[in-house]
Design a protein. Structure first.
Length: 705
């Protein structure tokens, strides 16, 4: 993370969420206030980051020349120039990893700053893997009252209150968590007391109540369907009654036809969910189950522990906040294939009907009238091709997971092809890709993948033949395909072992074949049994996750967030509650005295996130860093009404000494101009010492300054 202001207080907030969600990532802070250097320096922390994400935090006030008032006439022109510079610098940044740009929050009433934020968003739109967030959205979403903190800004260039920092850190963690979480493929949802209030079998169609919260949930599900997820309806009801609700009620945001699967009867919901997942060919670990009934949720968790089971609040008044803070609804980079996914599954059902009426694979393929295009990627294909590397598991030879900026083939004679297919039932879309480059006398294929919904039609054979033809055109003698074994890519291993007539040599190997032989590879339909025909649905769902891998209930974590961590204040209390034990110090623990010592110790415990702070414990030995003093200063001012400069906090490093100083300090009725100037000078020197100490601390620990 790099910023125009001091980002140290954000790190523990982001770290809290990573720990809670078991996200495998560390938070590293780039040197203070060096955004442009980080974007442009080839050896910078941001440019050396090849795994994870980069985050840039901007504040328009920091990008203006020192002393330039935000309301000055030249401010729009100055900000326009800075936007140009930021745009150029971010374009120059190699996008090995996604980059999040967080702007503000600033003064909500400042029209110039608001326009600058919109202008920057527009300029950066369309750059692969670059995303812009307005910090004001986090303030509204997490109910932050007071945003700006002038005192902390003055002493440590931390311009925001504790709640605002919590909201910003949460927004950053939420964005990243959505990127690294496996995609949700199916939302299975209950009906009564979930999509509406009431039970249709008791109140009847007209007796049901649809509150704003129910509409919010329905709209969120409709948005998921529009973004590529599938919807399933699981309800213990009479199907005729439920159909009548969707037919006769015109105040719903969902229709019966929006659900690709319906299971409406009195049988156990876990059994139905397994049947739906198997029919669709998706793993139960890519399914979210939503129900208001705690018993149904408990049964689903017991019978299908890998499913993300989330209990919907019974109170309709809480539904809107629940929907807003259910992180499982977060999605990024929706592709055209995502939007058409439900239609593709329906096309697959029609293909399955044809399959059941055929006696041979060749007759099935002839009936499909399949057309396959293997061509260079078109403009706009990169998001989908990147998505294929992340989502394709079963027929993915190398298992490389690549961002958009890493996909482009480079070097002389580099070879990159997208694979499209269509038949008389519909368009499969962009379903595969292969990428290769010459290595000596060989064409080495490092990307060879095909969506599972396109398997079993000979498309994979055409892909290998295309690589062979390209190798021949370059005068290369051989084609090689890189293979890395994973938990689910047995289908591609079997294909490679069959076509190359050799077994995989370990978990990482290279399959080799003469280029002429590769160019002649063709699918022999007669060699495939009818029972092996892929009917167009994705491959069968993976078995349930073993108990050893299902110990952590991911659905319960997301449920807890949506129910209990919907405001910055709630999140702040949760972070504070995760305190660490007091370090073992040479000095024994001496309890703070009641009154001022007790109040100061409570502030130290909160800032340092420890369970105890003794009256004689040195601040630094408790883990205190220079930046923590800025937070101590803010809380002393907020809770005790004590405005003490940073120099004083340095001079009184224990609870007892600081309490003694504050209790004996006499507050003058007035301070003359000379005293004010002297105080401002001391504060400026203290701030410089603070920032220098922070940099020295990081360097001393081997961290970026």
């Amino acid at each position: 993370m790099s910023g125009t202001w001091t980002l140290d207080p954000l790190a523990p907030v982001v770290g809290y969420w990573f720990d809670l969600l078991h996200v495998d990532a560390d938070v590293r802070l780039a040197p203070y206030a060096q955004v442009f250097q980080q974007l442009l320096d080839p050896d910078s922390t941001l440019r050396r980051n090849h795994a994870g994400a980069n985050v840039v935090c901007l504040r328009w006030e920091d990008l203006l020349p020192h002393g330039n008032a935000p309301g000055a006439d030249n401010t729009p022109a100055l900000l326009a120039a800075r936007i140009d510079e930021l745009h150029a610098a971010i374009i120059a940044l190699p996008h090995h990893v996604p980059c999040l740009v967080v702007v503000g929050p600033g003064d909500a009433a400042n029209r110039v700053f608001n326009e600058a934020t919109r202008a920057l968003s527009a300029r950066l739109a369309g750059i692969p893997e670059v995303h812009v967030q307005d910090g004001a959205d986090a303030m509204a979403g997490y109910r932050v009252g007071r945003v700006q903190d002038a005192a902390s800004d003055r002493f440590g260039h931390v311009p925001y209150t504790g709640d605002a920092l919590v909201a910003l850190g949460t927004a950053i963690a939420r964005w990243y968590a959505a990127r690294v979480r496996p995609p949700i493929k199916l939302f299975a949802v209950d009906a009564d007391h979930t999509l509406w209030s009431g039970v249709v079998g008791e109140q009847g169609v007209d007796g049901l109540r649809v509150d704003p919260g129910h509409l919010a949930l329905q709209r969120a599900l409709a948005a998921q369907a529009g973004a590529g997820a599938l919807l399933g309806l699981l309800s213990k009801n009479e199907e005729a009654d439920l159909r009548a609700v969707f037919t006769q009620r015109h105040d719903l945001a969902l229709g019966w036809q929006d659900f690709i699967a319906h299971r409406v009867d009195w049988n156990p919901k876990p059994d139905h969910l397994r049947d739906i997942a198997a029919a669709l060919g998706i793993g139960l670990d890519s399914v979210v189950f939503l129900d208001d009934n705690p018993l149904e949720c408990a049964q689903m968790r017991a019978a299908s522990p890998s499913t993300l089971t989330v209990r919907v609040p019974e109170d309709p008044q809480r539904l809107e906040a629940f929907v807003e803070h259910l992180w499982l609804f977060d999605r990024h980079a929706v592709t055209a294939e995502d939007r058409d996914r439900a239609a593709m599954y329906r096309d697959n059902a029609a293909r399955a009907d044809v399959l059941r009426g055929t006696t041979s694979l060749q007759a099935f393929l002839d009936g499909l009238e399949l057309v396959v295009d293997i061509d260079p990627p078109r403009p706009g294909d990169l998001p989908r091709l990147s998505q294929l590397t992340r989502r394709t598991n079963q027929f993915n030879a190398s298992l490389l997971r690549l961002q958009e900026g890493e996909l482009a083939a480079t070097g002389a004679h580099a070879f990159h092809r997208g694979v499209r297919a269509r038949d008389r039932f519909g368009d499969y879309g962009l379903v595969g890709q292969l990428r290769a480059s010459p290595q000596g006398g060989c064409l080495l294929v490092d990307l060879f993948m095909l969506s599972c919904r396109a398997l079993g039609r000979g498309i994979e054979h055409r892909m290998l033949a295309a690589a062979g033809a390209h190798a021949q055109a370059l005068g290369l003698a051989e084609v090689a395909v890189r293979f890395t074994a994973g938990e689910r890519n047995t289908p591609v291993r079997r294909f490679l072992e069959t076509v190359f007539a050799t077994a995989a040599d370990g978990d990482a190997c290279v399959f080799r074949m003469p280029a002429a032989q590769a160019a002649a590879v063709a699918f022999d339909a007669s060699a495939t049994d009818n029972g092996d025909i892929d009917d167009g649905a994705p491959a069968a769902a993976a078995p349930p996750v073993p108990a050893a891998n299902a110990a952590r209930d991911g659905g319960a974590v997301y449920e807890h967030i949506a129910h209990h961590l919907a405001t910055a204040a709630d999140i702040g209390r949760a972070i504070a509650a995760r305190s660490q034990p007091r370090p073992a110090l040479a000095t024994g623990f001496i309890a703070p005295a009641p009154g001022l010592e007790h109040a100061i110790a409570a502030i130290w415990r909160e800032v340092l996130r420890i369970d105890a702070a003794g009256a004689q414990d040195p601040f630094r030995e408790l883990g205190g860093k220079s930046i923590h003093l800025v937070q101590v200063h803010r809380l002393l001012l907020e809770r005790l009404g004590v405005d003490v400069d940073i120099t004083t906090l340095f001079q009184h490093p224990t609870v007892a000494s600081l309490a003694a100083h504050l209790s004996t300090r006499s507050a003058p009725a007035g301070v003359d101009a000379a005293q004010q100037r002297g105080r401002r000078m001391r504060e400026a020197h203290a701030r410089a010492a603070l920032l220098a100490a922070a940099r020295k601390h990081r360097l001393g620990n081997g961290e970026p300054a």
